[in-house]
Design a protein around this ligand. Structure first.
Ligand code: BGC
Length: 456
Protein backbone atom coordinates (compact mmCIF):
# COMPACT_ATOMS: atom_id res chain seq x y z
CA UNK A 1 0.00 0.00 0.00
CA UNK A 2 1.26 3.48 -0.78
CA UNK A 3 2.08 5.68 2.18
CA UNK A 4 -0.64 8.16 2.90
CA UNK A 5 -0.22 11.45 4.66
CA UNK A 6 -3.14 13.33 6.12
CA UNK A 7 -4.76 16.15 4.24
CA UNK A 8 -4.06 19.24 6.37
CA UNK A 9 -7.52 20.73 5.84
CA UNK A 10 -9.53 17.80 7.10
CA UNK A 11 -7.01 16.87 9.77
CA UNK A 12 -8.52 18.45 12.88
CA UNK A 13 -7.16 16.31 15.68
CA UNK A 14 -10.00 16.01 18.15
CA UNK A 15 -9.97 12.92 20.27
CA UNK A 16 -13.48 13.63 21.58
CA UNK A 17 -14.78 14.07 18.04
CA UNK A 18 -15.74 10.41 17.73
CA UNK A 19 -18.29 10.91 20.52
CA UNK A 20 -19.88 13.82 18.66
CA UNK A 21 -19.99 11.83 15.42
CA UNK A 22 -21.60 8.78 16.98
CA UNK A 23 -24.03 10.83 19.10
CA UNK A 24 -25.32 12.69 16.05
CA UNK A 25 -25.78 9.46 14.11
CA UNK A 26 -27.58 8.04 17.15
CA UNK A 27 -30.27 10.73 16.74
CA UNK A 28 -31.56 8.26 14.14
CA UNK A 29 -32.25 5.97 17.10
CA UNK A 30 -34.00 8.76 18.98
CA UNK A 31 -36.41 9.16 16.06
CA UNK A 32 -36.90 5.39 15.84
CA UNK A 33 -37.92 5.37 19.53
CA UNK A 34 -39.96 8.56 19.40
CA UNK A 35 -41.90 7.69 16.29
CA UNK A 36 -42.75 4.17 17.42
CA UNK A 37 -43.59 5.25 21.00
CA UNK A 38 -45.58 8.40 20.31
CA UNK A 39 -48.57 6.71 18.75
CA UNK A 40 -49.64 4.95 21.98
CA UNK A 41 -50.85 8.26 23.43
CA UNK A 42 -51.72 10.05 20.19
CA UNK A 43 -54.07 7.34 18.95
CA UNK A 44 -56.55 8.11 21.74
CA UNK A 45 -57.18 11.53 20.18
CA UNK A 46 -56.74 10.56 16.55
CA UNK A 47 -59.51 7.99 16.80
CA UNK A 48 -61.91 10.70 17.97
CA UNK A 49 -60.77 13.21 15.39
CA UNK A 50 -61.28 10.87 12.42
CA UNK A 51 -63.96 8.61 14.03
CA UNK A 52 -61.80 5.52 13.51
CA UNK A 53 -63.02 1.96 14.03
CA UNK A 54 -60.70 -0.55 15.78
CA UNK A 55 -59.51 -1.71 12.37
CA UNK A 56 -58.88 1.91 11.36
CA UNK A 57 -56.83 2.47 14.51
CA UNK A 58 -54.78 -0.64 13.85
CA UNK A 59 -53.94 0.65 10.39
CA UNK A 60 -52.83 4.02 11.75
CA UNK A 61 -50.72 2.36 14.46
CA UNK A 62 -49.11 -0.21 12.19
CA UNK A 63 -48.47 2.18 9.26
CA UNK A 64 -45.03 3.01 10.72
CA UNK A 65 -44.19 -0.69 10.99
CA UNK A 66 -45.13 -1.29 7.35
CA UNK A 67 -43.03 1.70 6.28
CA UNK A 68 -40.15 0.42 8.42
CA UNK A 69 -40.20 -2.98 6.72
CA UNK A 70 -40.01 -1.27 3.31
CA UNK A 71 -37.35 1.22 4.44
CA UNK A 72 -35.20 -1.55 5.91
CA UNK A 73 -35.53 -3.57 2.70
CA UNK A 74 -34.42 -0.65 0.54
CA UNK A 75 -31.64 0.41 2.91
CA UNK A 76 -29.19 -2.37 2.09
CA UNK A 77 -28.46 -1.52 -1.51
CA UNK A 78 -29.00 2.17 -0.83
CA UNK A 79 -26.36 2.44 1.88
CA UNK A 80 -23.91 0.59 -0.36
CA UNK A 81 -24.62 2.85 -3.33
CA UNK A 82 -24.94 6.32 -1.83
CA UNK A 83 -23.10 5.56 1.42
CA UNK A 84 -24.02 5.37 5.10
CA UNK A 85 -23.95 9.09 5.80
CA UNK A 86 -26.12 10.05 2.82
CA UNK A 87 -28.61 7.31 3.69
CA UNK A 88 -28.97 8.72 7.20
CA UNK A 89 -29.52 12.20 5.73
CA UNK A 90 -32.21 10.71 3.47
CA UNK A 91 -33.84 9.13 6.54
CA UNK A 92 -33.82 12.57 8.22
CA UNK A 93 -35.60 14.06 5.18
CA UNK A 94 -38.23 11.31 5.31
CA UNK A 95 -38.72 11.88 9.06
CA UNK A 96 -39.23 15.59 8.43
CA UNK A 97 -41.66 15.20 5.51
CA UNK A 98 -43.61 12.49 7.36
CA UNK A 99 -43.69 14.50 10.61
CA UNK A 100 -45.01 17.61 8.87
CA UNK A 101 -47.51 15.55 6.88
CA UNK A 102 -48.84 13.88 10.04
CA UNK A 103 -49.17 17.17 11.90
CA UNK A 104 -51.16 18.72 9.06
CA UNK A 105 -53.19 15.66 8.08
CA UNK A 106 -56.76 16.63 7.20
CA UNK A 107 -58.05 13.07 6.90
CA UNK A 108 -57.01 9.59 7.92
CA UNK A 109 -55.67 8.65 4.48
CA UNK A 110 -53.25 11.56 4.58
CA UNK A 111 -52.26 10.63 8.10
CA UNK A 112 -51.64 6.99 7.17
CA UNK A 113 -49.57 8.00 4.13
CA UNK A 114 -47.49 10.35 6.28
CA UNK A 115 -46.95 7.67 8.91
CA UNK A 116 -45.74 5.25 6.21
CA UNK A 117 -43.20 7.91 5.13
CA UNK A 118 -42.05 8.27 8.75
CA UNK A 119 -41.79 4.47 8.83
CA UNK A 120 -39.50 4.48 5.78
CA UNK A 121 -37.18 6.75 7.77
CA UNK A 122 -37.43 4.49 10.82
CA UNK A 123 -36.59 1.41 8.75
CA UNK A 124 -33.53 3.08 7.24
CA UNK A 125 -32.24 4.73 10.40
CA UNK A 126 -32.83 1.67 12.59
CA UNK A 127 -29.89 -0.16 11.07
CA UNK A 128 -27.87 2.43 9.19
CA UNK A 129 -27.15 4.48 12.33
CA UNK A 130 -25.66 1.44 14.13
CA UNK A 131 -23.93 0.42 10.91
CA UNK A 132 -22.31 3.83 10.54
CA UNK A 133 -21.30 3.90 14.20
CA UNK A 134 -19.74 0.44 14.02
CA UNK A 135 -17.68 1.53 11.01
CA UNK A 136 -16.33 4.73 12.55
CA UNK A 137 -15.75 3.38 16.09
CA UNK A 138 -12.37 2.20 17.41
CA UNK A 139 -12.67 -1.50 18.33
CA UNK A 140 -12.03 -1.01 22.06
CA UNK A 141 -15.18 1.01 22.62
CA UNK A 142 -17.16 -0.07 19.57
CA UNK A 143 -19.78 -1.84 21.67
CA UNK A 144 -20.54 1.25 23.71
CA UNK A 145 -20.56 3.61 20.72
CA UNK A 146 -22.90 1.43 18.68
CA UNK A 147 -25.15 0.97 21.69
CA UNK A 148 -25.54 4.74 22.01
CA UNK A 149 -28.11 4.14 19.33
CA UNK A 150 -30.21 1.90 21.58
CA UNK A 151 -29.83 4.45 24.38
CA UNK A 152 -31.30 6.97 21.96
CA UNK A 153 -34.12 4.56 21.03
CA UNK A 154 -35.11 4.07 24.66
CA UNK A 155 -34.78 7.81 25.42
CA UNK A 156 -36.92 8.56 22.37
CA UNK A 157 -39.63 6.27 23.72
CA UNK A 158 -39.65 8.03 27.11
CA UNK A 159 -39.60 11.42 25.41
CA UNK A 160 -42.61 10.38 23.37
CA UNK A 161 -44.49 9.26 26.52
CA UNK A 162 -43.72 12.63 28.16
CA UNK A 163 -44.74 14.66 25.10
CA UNK A 164 -47.96 12.62 24.87
CA UNK A 165 -48.61 13.36 28.52
CA UNK A 166 -47.79 17.06 28.14
CA UNK A 167 -50.09 17.59 25.16
CA UNK A 168 -52.89 15.36 26.39
CA UNK A 169 -55.15 18.22 27.49
CA UNK A 170 -54.37 20.50 24.55
CA UNK A 171 -56.73 21.00 21.59
CA UNK A 172 -55.27 19.23 18.56
CA UNK A 173 -52.49 18.04 20.86
CA UNK A 174 -51.94 14.93 18.75
CA UNK A 175 -50.73 17.12 15.89
CA UNK A 176 -48.01 18.44 18.18
CA UNK A 177 -47.19 14.95 19.43
CA UNK A 178 -46.55 13.73 15.89
CA UNK A 179 -45.20 17.00 14.50
CA UNK A 180 -42.56 17.70 17.14
CA UNK A 181 -40.50 14.83 15.80
CA UNK A 182 -39.24 17.18 13.11
CA UNK A 183 -36.98 18.90 15.67
CA UNK A 184 -34.63 15.92 16.15
CA UNK A 185 -35.14 15.04 12.48
CA UNK A 186 -33.74 18.37 11.32
CA UNK A 187 -30.92 18.11 13.88
CA UNK A 188 -30.06 14.66 12.48
CA UNK A 189 -30.05 15.82 8.85
CA UNK A 190 -28.08 19.00 9.43
CA UNK A 191 -25.74 17.30 11.90
CA UNK A 192 -24.91 14.42 9.56
CA UNK A 193 -24.20 16.88 6.77
CA UNK A 194 -21.13 17.97 8.71
CA UNK A 195 -20.04 14.48 9.75
CA UNK A 196 -17.45 12.40 7.90
CA UNK A 197 -18.35 9.49 5.65
CA UNK A 198 -17.72 5.95 6.90
CA UNK A 199 -14.04 5.11 6.39
CA UNK A 200 -14.89 1.48 5.66
CA UNK A 201 -17.43 2.41 3.03
CA UNK A 202 -14.87 4.79 1.49
CA UNK A 203 -12.25 2.05 1.25
CA UNK A 204 -14.80 -0.25 -0.37
CA UNK A 205 -15.33 2.48 -2.98
CA UNK A 206 -11.59 2.80 -3.61
CA UNK A 207 -11.37 6.14 -1.85
CA UNK A 208 -8.51 5.17 0.45
CA UNK A 209 -7.10 8.67 0.73
CA UNK A 210 -10.38 10.13 1.91
CA UNK A 211 -10.77 7.20 4.33
CA UNK A 212 -7.34 8.02 5.69
CA UNK A 213 -8.33 11.64 6.19
CA UNK A 214 -11.51 10.63 7.97
CA UNK A 215 -9.71 8.26 10.32
CA UNK A 216 -7.13 10.93 11.06
CA UNK A 217 -9.95 13.16 12.26
CA UNK A 218 -11.71 10.61 14.43
CA UNK A 219 -8.75 8.82 16.03
CA UNK A 220 -6.89 10.48 18.90
CA UNK A 221 -3.48 9.65 17.48
CA UNK A 222 -2.14 9.26 13.98
CA UNK A 223 -0.08 6.26 14.91
CA UNK A 224 -2.54 3.53 14.15
CA UNK A 225 -4.45 5.06 11.27
CA UNK A 226 -2.30 3.48 8.58
CA UNK A 227 -2.50 0.10 10.25
CA UNK A 228 -6.27 0.38 10.45
CA UNK A 229 -6.57 1.30 6.76
CA UNK A 230 -4.32 -1.61 5.92
CA UNK A 231 -6.52 -3.94 7.94
CA UNK A 232 -9.65 -2.71 6.18
CA UNK A 233 -7.94 -3.26 2.81
CA UNK A 234 -6.98 -6.78 3.77
CA UNK A 235 -10.47 -7.50 4.95
CA UNK A 236 -11.82 -6.47 1.57
CA UNK A 237 -9.22 -8.46 -0.33
CA UNK A 238 -10.14 -11.62 1.53
CA UNK A 239 -13.72 -11.29 0.39
CA UNK A 240 -14.60 -12.28 -3.10
CA UNK A 241 -17.45 -10.68 -4.91
CA UNK A 242 -20.18 -8.33 -3.83
CA UNK A 243 -23.38 -8.76 -1.88
CA UNK A 244 -24.33 -11.78 -3.98
CA UNK A 245 -21.92 -13.61 -1.66
CA UNK A 246 -24.86 -13.64 0.74
CA UNK A 247 -25.71 -17.12 -0.49
CA UNK A 248 -22.31 -18.62 0.41
CA UNK A 249 -22.29 -21.16 3.26
CA UNK A 250 -20.20 -19.16 5.69
CA UNK A 251 -22.31 -16.03 5.30
CA UNK A 252 -25.35 -18.23 5.68
CA UNK A 253 -24.21 -19.12 9.21
CA UNK A 254 -23.87 -15.44 10.08
CA UNK A 255 -27.24 -14.74 8.49
CA UNK A 256 -28.91 -17.37 10.66
CA UNK A 257 -27.46 -15.71 13.76
CA UNK A 258 -28.57 -12.22 12.67
CA UNK A 259 -32.04 -13.13 11.45
CA UNK A 260 -32.57 -15.49 14.41
CA UNK A 261 -31.71 -12.77 16.91
CA UNK A 262 -33.86 -10.30 14.97
CA UNK A 263 -36.95 -12.48 15.24
CA UNK A 264 -36.23 -13.57 18.82
CA UNK A 265 -35.81 -9.94 19.91
CA UNK A 266 -39.43 -9.38 18.92
CA UNK A 267 -41.21 -12.66 19.61
CA UNK A 268 -40.09 -12.53 23.24
CA UNK A 269 -42.69 -9.80 23.55
CA UNK A 270 -40.89 -6.52 24.17
CA UNK A 271 -43.26 -4.36 22.22
CA UNK A 272 -46.34 -5.73 23.91
CA UNK A 273 -44.85 -3.91 26.89
CA UNK A 274 -43.70 -0.81 25.00
CA UNK A 275 -46.95 -0.40 23.05
CA UNK A 276 -49.47 -1.86 25.50
CA UNK A 277 -48.08 -1.32 29.02
CA UNK A 278 -51.00 0.95 30.03
CA UNK A 279 -53.46 -1.74 28.88
CA UNK A 280 -51.56 -4.47 30.78
CA UNK A 281 -51.43 -2.34 33.92
CA UNK A 282 -55.10 -1.43 33.70
CA UNK A 283 -56.07 -5.07 33.40
CA UNK A 284 -53.88 -5.78 36.47
CA UNK A 285 -55.96 -3.40 38.55
CA UNK A 286 -54.48 0.08 38.08
CA UNK A 287 -57.77 1.48 36.94
CA UNK A 288 -56.97 5.15 36.57
CA UNK A 289 -55.42 6.06 33.24
CA UNK A 290 -53.06 8.49 34.99
CA UNK A 291 -51.56 5.78 37.25
CA UNK A 292 -51.07 3.37 34.40
CA UNK A 293 -49.42 6.07 32.28
CA UNK A 294 -47.12 6.87 35.19
CA UNK A 295 -46.31 3.18 35.56
CA UNK A 296 -45.59 3.01 31.84
CA UNK A 297 -43.20 5.95 32.09
CA UNK A 298 -41.46 4.17 34.98
CA UNK A 299 -40.97 1.12 32.77
CA UNK A 300 -39.60 3.38 30.01
CA UNK A 301 -37.12 4.93 32.43
CA UNK A 302 -35.91 1.51 33.62
CA UNK A 303 -35.37 0.64 29.95
CA UNK A 304 -33.11 3.70 29.61
CA UNK A 305 -31.24 3.13 32.89
CA UNK A 306 -30.41 -0.52 32.15
CA UNK A 307 -29.34 0.36 28.61
CA UNK A 308 -26.78 2.66 30.26
CA UNK A 309 -25.68 -0.22 32.50
CA UNK A 310 -25.22 -2.33 29.37
CA UNK A 311 -23.17 0.39 27.67
CA UNK A 312 -20.82 0.53 30.65
CA UNK A 313 -20.41 -3.26 30.74
CA UNK A 314 -20.45 -4.30 27.09
CA UNK A 315 -16.79 -3.81 26.19
CA UNK A 316 -15.62 -5.28 29.51
CA UNK A 317 -17.84 -8.31 29.90
CA UNK A 318 -18.60 -9.00 26.25
CA UNK A 319 -21.76 -9.56 24.22
CA UNK A 320 -22.62 -13.10 25.23
CA UNK A 321 -22.68 -12.64 29.03
CA UNK A 322 -25.00 -9.65 28.69
CA UNK A 323 -27.33 -11.48 26.32
CA UNK A 324 -27.48 -14.59 28.51
CA UNK A 325 -27.96 -12.68 31.76
CA UNK A 326 -30.54 -10.35 30.25
CA UNK A 327 -32.55 -13.28 28.92
CA UNK A 328 -32.67 -14.80 32.41
CA UNK A 329 -34.19 -11.52 33.67
CA UNK A 330 -36.76 -11.63 30.87
CA UNK A 331 -37.67 -15.24 31.63
CA UNK A 332 -38.12 -14.50 35.35
CA UNK A 333 -40.19 -11.37 34.64
CA UNK A 334 -42.47 -13.14 32.18
CA UNK A 335 -42.89 -16.16 34.47
CA UNK A 336 -43.91 -13.92 37.38
CA UNK A 337 -46.24 -11.84 35.24
CA UNK A 338 -48.05 -14.92 33.98
CA UNK A 339 -48.27 -16.28 37.51
CA UNK A 340 -49.67 -13.01 38.83
CA UNK A 341 -52.52 -13.12 36.32
CA UNK A 342 -53.10 -16.77 37.21
CA UNK A 343 -53.58 -16.18 40.93
CA UNK A 344 -56.95 -14.51 41.12
CA UNK A 345 -56.66 -14.17 44.93
CA UNK A 346 -53.88 -11.57 44.64
CA UNK A 347 -56.45 -8.75 44.62
CA UNK A 348 -54.86 -5.33 45.06
CA UNK A 349 -51.38 -6.82 45.07
CA UNK A 350 -51.78 -7.97 41.47
CA UNK A 351 -51.10 -4.50 40.10
CA UNK A 352 -47.85 -4.25 42.02
CA UNK A 353 -46.68 -7.73 41.15
CA UNK A 354 -47.43 -6.92 37.51
CA UNK A 355 -45.49 -3.69 37.53
CA UNK A 356 -42.46 -5.19 39.29
CA UNK A 357 -42.48 -8.17 36.88
CA UNK A 358 -42.64 -5.84 33.90
CA UNK A 359 -39.71 -3.88 35.32
CA UNK A 360 -37.59 -7.00 35.81
CA UNK A 361 -38.48 -8.07 32.27
CA UNK A 362 -37.62 -4.74 30.67
CA UNK A 363 -34.37 -4.45 32.67
CA UNK A 364 -33.37 -7.85 31.29
CA UNK A 365 -34.26 -6.77 27.76
CA UNK A 366 -32.33 -3.53 28.16
CA UNK A 367 -29.07 -5.16 29.16
CA UNK A 368 -29.25 -7.91 26.56
CA UNK A 369 -31.52 -8.47 23.60
CA UNK A 370 -32.41 -4.78 23.16
CA UNK A 371 -29.02 -3.25 22.47
CA UNK A 372 -26.90 -6.32 21.77
CA UNK A 373 -28.97 -7.51 18.81
CA UNK A 374 -28.43 -4.21 16.96
CA UNK A 375 -24.76 -4.24 17.94
CA UNK A 376 -24.11 -7.79 16.75
CA UNK A 377 -25.70 -7.34 13.36
CA UNK A 378 -23.46 -4.31 12.87
CA UNK A 379 -20.40 -6.42 13.72
CA UNK A 380 -20.71 -9.93 12.41
CA UNK A 381 -20.86 -9.42 8.64
CA UNK A 382 -17.95 -8.85 6.27
CA UNK A 383 -17.93 -5.46 4.57
CA UNK A 384 -18.95 -6.74 1.12
CA UNK A 385 -22.28 -8.08 2.40
CA UNK A 386 -22.63 -6.01 5.59
CA UNK A 387 -25.33 -3.59 4.61
CA UNK A 388 -27.37 -6.20 2.71
CA UNK A 389 -27.19 -8.71 5.55
CA UNK A 390 -28.13 -6.05 8.09
CA UNK A 391 -31.01 -5.04 5.90
CA UNK A 392 -32.29 -8.62 5.82
CA UNK A 393 -32.04 -8.97 9.61
CA UNK A 394 -33.73 -5.61 10.07
CA UNK A 395 -36.61 -6.53 7.76
CA UNK A 396 -37.03 -9.73 9.81
CA UNK A 397 -37.04 -7.63 12.99
CA UNK A 398 -39.73 -5.20 11.78
CA UNK A 399 -41.73 -8.03 10.25
CA UNK A 400 -41.76 -9.94 13.55
CA UNK A 401 -42.60 -6.72 15.38
CA UNK A 402 -45.58 -6.25 13.08
CA UNK A 403 -46.83 -9.81 13.64
CA UNK A 404 -46.53 -9.55 17.44
CA UNK A 405 -48.26 -6.15 17.52
CA UNK A 406 -51.15 -7.51 15.45
CA UNK A 407 -51.58 -10.73 17.44
CA UNK A 408 -50.96 -9.75 21.06
CA UNK A 409 -54.47 -8.65 22.00
CA UNK A 410 -56.14 -11.56 20.17
CA UNK A 411 -53.69 -13.94 21.83
CA UNK A 412 -54.67 -12.72 25.31
CA UNK A 413 -58.32 -13.32 24.40
CA UNK A 414 -57.59 -16.73 22.94
CA UNK A 415 -55.20 -18.37 25.45
CA UNK A 416 -55.52 -15.84 28.29
CA UNK A 417 -53.04 -13.34 29.65
CA UNK A 418 -51.04 -15.82 31.74
CA UNK A 419 -50.35 -18.15 28.85
CA UNK A 420 -49.58 -15.28 26.51
CA UNK A 421 -46.75 -14.14 28.79
CA UNK A 422 -45.66 -17.69 29.48
CA UNK A 423 -45.51 -18.28 25.76
CA UNK A 424 -43.12 -15.33 25.41
CA UNK A 425 -41.24 -16.80 28.40
CA UNK A 426 -40.89 -20.20 26.73
CA UNK A 427 -39.65 -18.51 23.56
CA UNK A 428 -37.14 -16.62 25.74
CA UNK A 429 -35.78 -19.96 26.98
CA UNK A 430 -35.36 -20.93 23.32
CA UNK A 431 -33.59 -17.60 22.75
CA UNK A 432 -31.19 -18.35 25.61
CA UNK A 433 -30.25 -21.69 24.01
CA UNK A 434 -29.90 -20.02 20.61
CA UNK A 435 -27.46 -17.48 22.04
CA UNK A 436 -25.58 -20.07 24.06
CA UNK A 437 -24.97 -22.37 21.09
CA UNK A 438 -24.76 -20.04 18.11
CA UNK A 439 -23.78 -16.47 18.92
CA UNK A 440 -20.04 -15.66 18.74
CA UNK A 441 -18.21 -13.29 21.08
CA UNK A 442 -17.02 -10.17 19.26
CA UNK A 443 -15.61 -8.14 22.14
CA UNK A 444 -12.27 -6.46 21.47
CA UNK A 445 -11.91 -7.81 17.93
CA UNK A 446 -11.78 -5.59 14.88
CA UNK A 447 -14.57 -5.98 12.32
CA UNK A 448 -12.00 -7.59 10.05
CA UNK A 449 -10.97 -10.11 12.75
CA UNK A 450 -14.60 -10.99 13.34
CA UNK A 451 -14.99 -11.79 9.69
CA UNK A 452 -12.27 -14.45 10.14
CA UNK A 453 -14.51 -16.23 12.63
CA UNK A 454 -16.92 -17.35 9.92
CA UNK A 455 -14.11 -18.53 7.67
CA UNK A 456 -13.21 -21.15 10.25
C1 BGC B 1 -36.34 -2.90 19.54
C2 BGC B 1 -37.67 -2.21 19.46
C3 BGC B 1 -38.12 -1.87 20.86
C4 BGC B 1 -37.08 -1.11 21.60
C5 BGC B 1 -37.46 -0.92 23.03
C6 BGC B 1 -35.35 -2.03 20.25
O1 BGC B 1 -34.12 -2.66 20.34
O2 BGC B 1 -35.87 -3.20 18.24
O3 BGC B 1 -38.59 -3.02 18.80
O4 BGC B 1 -39.31 -1.08 20.81
O5 BGC B 1 -35.84 -1.76 21.56
O6 BGC B 1 -36.44 -0.39 23.81
Amino acid sequence: MTKLSPNPVSHQKTSGFIYIVTTIAALGGLLFGYDTGVISGAILYIKQQFSLSSAGQEVVVSAVLVGAILGAAAGGLLSDRIGRRSSIILAAILFTIGGLGSAWASDSTWLIASRVIVGLGVGLASFISPLYNSEVAPKKIRGALVMLNQLAVTSGIVLAYLVDYGFSGVADGWRWMLGLSIVPAIALGVGMWFMPRSPRWLVSKNQGREAFNVLSRIRPSQANVEAEIEEIHQGIQQEQGDWRELGSPRIRKALIVGVGLAILQQVTGVNTVIYYAPTILQSAGFESAATSILGTTGIGVINVVFTIVAIVLIDRLGRRPLLLTGLVGMIVGLGALGLAFQLSNLGQALGWVAIVSLMVYIAGFAIGMGPVFWLLIAEIYPLNVRSQAMSIATVANWGANFVVALTFLSLTEWIGRSWTFWLYGIISVGAWLFVYYLVPETKGRSLEEIQQHWNR
